[in-house]
Design a binder for this molecule. Structure first.
Ligand SMILES: *Cc1c(COP(=O)(O)O)cnc(C)c1O
Length: 393
């Protein structure tokens, strides 16, 4: 696949595994084993069964009629918000717990931003009866209290990350430290298409179920497998990579990735990585990240905890550099307005992350026959407090 990973773990100039010597055995074990394991018939059977009976897949592809009328095209929402635990993250969590089991691991660690990946991980650990430790930034713990309670109820230990901006990137650092200290019995479930190779590839493959289903569903709806546009929001980039995956080689399909501009790209409070970032190494891979002149990571900001990350996955960095996908950004305010519009036009309250992708519709021009697929990555329940504060309900 032209846009895929090469044998060294690179997507063009990006990717690889930039890790401390002490992590090498863990990552190398994964690299050597993951393809054999996930291509094994027994693994596939269990993965597909759980996606069907536990997650509720296939998630519907919903033709949003009133919404389509407003924008003058045919808009289809890929309903990852209807998954068990409320977002796309469960797809990856199930894939990785089945992998960890087959690697003989007895303990799971994870990092989380919005808490969605932490909840997904705590959920699959409960399902499998495996010990679970989740690292979470102290600020995220405050703004995502219901998800913290959920993780605890599911039996996970939630450890606050208190350094730096006390958000996702700091939680990621803490999780890496834990893994270095516990190399033999622990598997680290990374929640997005980031980290050292093979994580970005592995997570993209687990999430690729999104576009695999979409092609079939779109064919049933429209008589065509290929839409004009495919859109998704990007934090680290896993829902977007899953949504793009099976469309990458269909060059006629325009891919649009929406980042969080926060209070504005140039406001100093933003997470618009491709607009502001430069090439460098973050959390184990060469990618694009927001950094100062001397290479310090810039603290990102977004109203949505899931997009509040200073980098993007290496495959996104590649798709951006070679212009296969278009990277744009949307402010806090624009995303909240888009969340309100979807709620009142279709009766669906989206996660604020997903609302970023929806908001970009305002900036596009369509032909009336255009088919547009948008990944509705998650539901808005976790964000109600933020919506309430903004709209004053
Ligand atoms: C975590 C999250 C995101 C961002 O993560 P990606 O890896 O970029 O997909 C987007 N939407 C929701 C609902 C999330 O929970």
């Amino acid at each position: 696949m032209k846009y895929g990973v090469n044998e060294q773990g690179y997507y063009g100039d990006f990717g690889g595994a930039y890790i401390p010597e002490m992590l090498y055995p863990n990552v190398e074990e994964l690299r050597q084993q993951y393809l054999n394991i996930i291509n094994d018939a027994d693994f596939k059977a269990e993965f597909n069964q759980l996606l069907k009976d536990y997650v509720g897949r296939p998630s519907p592809l919903y033709h949003a009629k009133r919404y389509s009328e407003k924008y003058g095209c045919n808009i289809f929402l890929k309903r990852e918000d209807l998954n068990h635990t409320g977002s796309h993250k469960i797809n990856n969590a199930i894939g990785q717990i089945l992998l960890a089991e087959r690697l003989g691991k007895k303990r799971i660690i994870a990092e989380t931003g919005a808490g969605q990946h932490g909840v997904a991980t705590a959920t699959v650990c409960a399902l499998k009866g495996i010990e679970c430790v989740v690292y979470m930034g102290e600020i995220d713990i405050q703004r995502q209290a219901p998800n913290v309670a959920r993780m605890k109820m599911l039996g996970a230990t939630v450890v606050p990350a208190t350094s730096g901006s006390k958000t996702l990137k700091d939680a990621t650092n803490e999780a890496m430290r834990d893994w270095i200290a516990n190399p033999v019995d622990t598997h680290y479930i990374i929640g997005s298409v980031v980290g050292p190779y093979p994580y970005p590839e592995m997570v993209a493959q687990f999430q690729s179920i999104i576009s695999q289903e979409t092609k079939k569903q779109l064919l049933a709806h429209t008589g065509k497998e290929l839409p004009e546009y495919v859109m998704a929001c990007v934090g680290g980039g896993s829902n977007a990579m899953g949504m793009f995956y099976h469309f990458l080689d269909d060059e006629g399909v325009k891919l649009i990735a929406v980042e969080a501009a926060g209070k504005g790209v140039d406001s100093g409070h933003s997470a618009a990585t491709t607009a502001l970032g430069k090439e460098g190494v973050l959390h184990g891979s060469r990618t694009i990240l927001m950094q100062t002149e001397d290479g310090q990571v810039v603290e990102p900001y977004s109203i949505s905890a899931g997009l509040d990350y200073p980098g993007i996955g290496p495959q996104h960095a590649h798709l951006h550099k070679i212009n296969r996908a278009k990277y744009v950004s949307i402010t806090d305010e624009e995303s909240l307005q888009a969340g309100l519009l979807l709620s009142q036009t279709e009766g669906i309250i989206p996660a604020i992350e997903s609302a970023h992708a929806l908001a970009y519709l305002e900036k596009m021009q369509f032909q009336k026959d255009d088919n547009v697929v948008i990944c509705l990555s998650g539901r808005g329940d976790k964000d109600l407090d933020t919506y309430i504060k903004y709209f004053g309900y």
